[in-house]
Design a protein around this ligand. Structure first.
Ligand code: ZN
Length: 445
């Protein structure tokens, strides 16, 4: 048993329960007690002195492209379509070694910034590149994060009216077969699972309607979730109007892509009708504020989505459009963007923390076992240090975490296992990962 005590606790439960001085108790991979004051039980438990710290649920990253860690710093002044066109030929050269190095580095950075569960959306499978999904699943196991890789795909190349070149798209049937194989090999539906697969064709301008439709059928027959990019930019909106005569959300709905088993990355450009359809169908949104800023894509209507009761989580998005890859920092970025759009009351610090935790868990269909500190839930816990220069003296610990700089971690537990201790990774060596990442990036360049 592990007893964390002496810390502030923000449980992010339905009632928003917080303790100024409280405890969280872990037995095996589960939380068994949360409350005020010191813990009076089991004297033989390992005690963690949490004074000066805030315990929150581990953060849930709902959108990423880990391979892009090896292609950071490209196309610095481009919008999405120009950025993609510069990067597709570089991505055509990735292999299993690149993906492993990039994924290990990206997941380590996520762990160091409070993330305990991450998705990945991998949609570039060049011929002969090796087993890319296996490479990133192996990297996640080494770092120790809970992992939801989404088997992506693209089958609409330039010659057929899409955006990507031939070198990075797959044959439709081959993509569907590989997606089915990924589910068969890796998807674990059991409670407490460390790996779950989702089905994830890339975007309206890189995927045929047939692949979208058959991928949705496949996901539903296998009982796994669906993920894709949608309504990210005005150029995508224009593409959908020109090619399909409708908005991206109408297009998605026509293909069976709205539902409570679907979460969409970005959802920046939505009209009132689109928000109502997402709400009515229970479709989730992965909000990626820094990436939207980097590409100048726009500001997602997060306040309107929350008011409509749409599940909203946070995502760092791929590191080629968000070089920092820090999930903790997205709490503040989400708050800033919501306020730039809707004024200073548009999003509170606590709402931002909820986006990064229980909101993300809802997107992944795991709010029953992740996203809040409650007895019976998985012991995925971030213990943030708030007594250093960056946060000392801010009386409200949740405000310190969200308004202040990215907080260092005293401890990060994933299923009760320590992944970060006193600001350093306990599972992998960050220096070795950085050197491997630099080599992979050089090879691609
Ligand atoms: Zn993305």
């Amino acid at each position: 048993m592990i007893v964390i005590e002496g810390c502030a606790v923000a449980t992010v439960d339905a009632a928003g329960t917080e303790h100024a001085d409280g405890h969280v108790v872990v037995d095996g991979d589960r939380i068994v007690a949360v409350g005020a004051g010191p813990y009076r039980g089991d004297a033989s438990a390992t005690r963690v002195d949490g004074r000066g710290c805030l315990a929150t649920p581990g953060l849930v990253n709902t959108h990423h492209h880990l391979y892009q860690w090896a292609t950071r710093g490209y196309a610095q002044q481009e919008i999405l379509f120009g950025w993609l066109k510069e990067l597709y030929p570089v991505w055509a050269r990735i292999d299993a070694g690149t993906v492993h190095a990039a994924a290990a580095a990206g997941l380590a950075q996520l762990a160091l910034t409070g993330c305990t569960t991450s998705t990945d959306h991998h949609y570039v499978f060049p011929r002969g590149a090796g087993d890319l999904l296996a490479a990133e699943i192996e990297a996640a196991a080494a770092v120790g994060l809970r992992f939801h890789p989404c088997r992506g795909s693209m089958d609409l190349s330039e010659k057929d009216g899409g955006l990507p070149p031939d070198s990075v798209v797959e044959d439709t049937d081959a993509a569907l077969a590989a997606t089915k194989e990924a589910i068969d090999r890796y998807h674990d539906p059991a409670p407490g699972a460390m790996v779950r697969i989702a089905v994830a064709p890339c975007s309206p301008f890189s995927v045929t309607p047939r692949l979208m439709r058959e991928a949705a059928d496949l996901a539903r027959s296998e009982g796994v979730r669906l993920h894709t990019h949608l309504a990210e930019t005005v150029e995508e909106e224009r593409y959908c109007q020109e090619v399909h005569g409708c908005t991206p959300v109408q297009y998605a709905e026509d293909l069976g892509w709205l539902g409570d088993d679907v979460w969409l990355a970005h959802a920046v450009h939505l009209d009132a009708a689109a928000i109502a359809r997402l709400a009515a169908t229970g479709t989730g949104v992965a909000h990626c504020p820094s990436s939207n800023g980097r590409l100048g894509a726009g500001i997602a209507p997060v306040r309107d989505l929350l008011d409509a009761r749409v599940p909203v989580g946070l995502g760092v998005d791929g590191a080629a459009s968000q070089e920092a890859g820090e999930l903790g920092a997205e709490l503040r970025q989400a708050l800033y963007l919501a306020r730039l759009r809707g004024g200073p009351a548009a999003l509170t610090a606590r709402e931002s923390l909820a986006l990064g935790t229980i909101g993300g868990a809802r997107c992944l269909g795991r709010d029953g076992e992740l996203g809040s500190l409650e007895p019976g839930k998985l012991a995925d816990i971030a213990l943030w240090r708030l007594d250093g220069l960056g946060h000392a003296g801010i009386e409200d610990p949740v405000a310190a975490l969200v308004f202040g700089p990215a907080a260092p971690l005293r401890l990060l537990l994933v299923g009760g296992r320590a992944v970060v201790q006193d600001g350093a990774l306990s599972t992998v060596d960050a220096t070795v990962l950085a050197a491997g990442l630099a080599r992979a990036a050089r090879r691609l360049r």
